[in-house]
Design a protein around this ligand. Structure first.
Ligand SMILES: Cc1cc2nc3c(=O)[nH]c(=O)nc-3n(C[C@H](O)[C@H](O)[C@H](O)COP(=O)(O)O)c2cc1C
Length: 167
């Protein structure tokens, strides 16, 4: 079982959740990689790809929304988000199973999901969805992650493995 979890995170909330998802997936060959440094051609032996990012302006972040985050005091602005990583990502040679998640503010609950947009792009590239796009809640723009969400992320990771043909 070889899984890769690619994340984007400005304040660290999505990264924390990505690490929980990876822990839930388990296995020694599960990697967590920042979209800024993730390879644009995935290794051919990957059994599961998970992509997670923050919802910005009802969708995936852009250079402009990341700049808005910087103006709101964020110190860590990634040079590339999941949107740009997927724009560069090569089609997989086979229908690699994929799942996506995003983070969104708990209150007010806004429409729009980065995970849904990411899934559309990944399906267009030839990946095969194994779960509905998932959302995890954060308090405000900078977090922290809402109560119970880290545990739920870990369980979700474990569930994904169960859905895979070999799981
Ligand atoms: C410019 C900007 C736009 C945002 N737009 C939305 C939005 O449309 N819906 C939402 O639920 N959260 C929105 N947020 C809050 C982010 O989802 C939140 O900052 C993110 O989940 C935190 O994750 P991170 O610590 O991994 O960056 C926005 C944040 C920024 C900076």
């Amino acid at each position: 079982m070889r899984a890769v979890v690619v994340f984007e995170s400005i304040w660290g909330n999505t990264e924390q959740l990505a690490r929980e998802v990876a822990a839930g997936i388990g296995g020694e060959r599960t990697e967590v990689v920042d979209a800024a440094s993730a390879p644009v051609a995935l290794d051919s032996d990957i059994d599961l790809l998970v992509v997670g990012g923050p919802t910005h302006a009802f969708s995936m972040s852009t250079a402009a929304t990341r700049e808005a985050a910087r103006q709101q005091g964020a110190e860590h602005i990634p040079t590339r988000g999941i949107r740009e990583w997927m724009e560069a990502l090569a089609s997989p040679g086979r229908a690699v199973p994929v799942a996506t998640f995003d983070t969104r503010v708990v209150s007010p609950r806004l429409p729009g999901s980065a995970a849904k947009k990411a899934m559309k792009r990944l399906v267009a590239l030839g990946f095969r969805p194994v779960a509905e796009p998932e959302t995890f809640g954060v308090h405000g723009y900078s977090g922290p992650v809402a109560d119970g969400e880290l545990e739920r992320a870990r369980r979700w990771g474990t569930e994904l493995v169960g859905i895979l043909p070999s799981g």
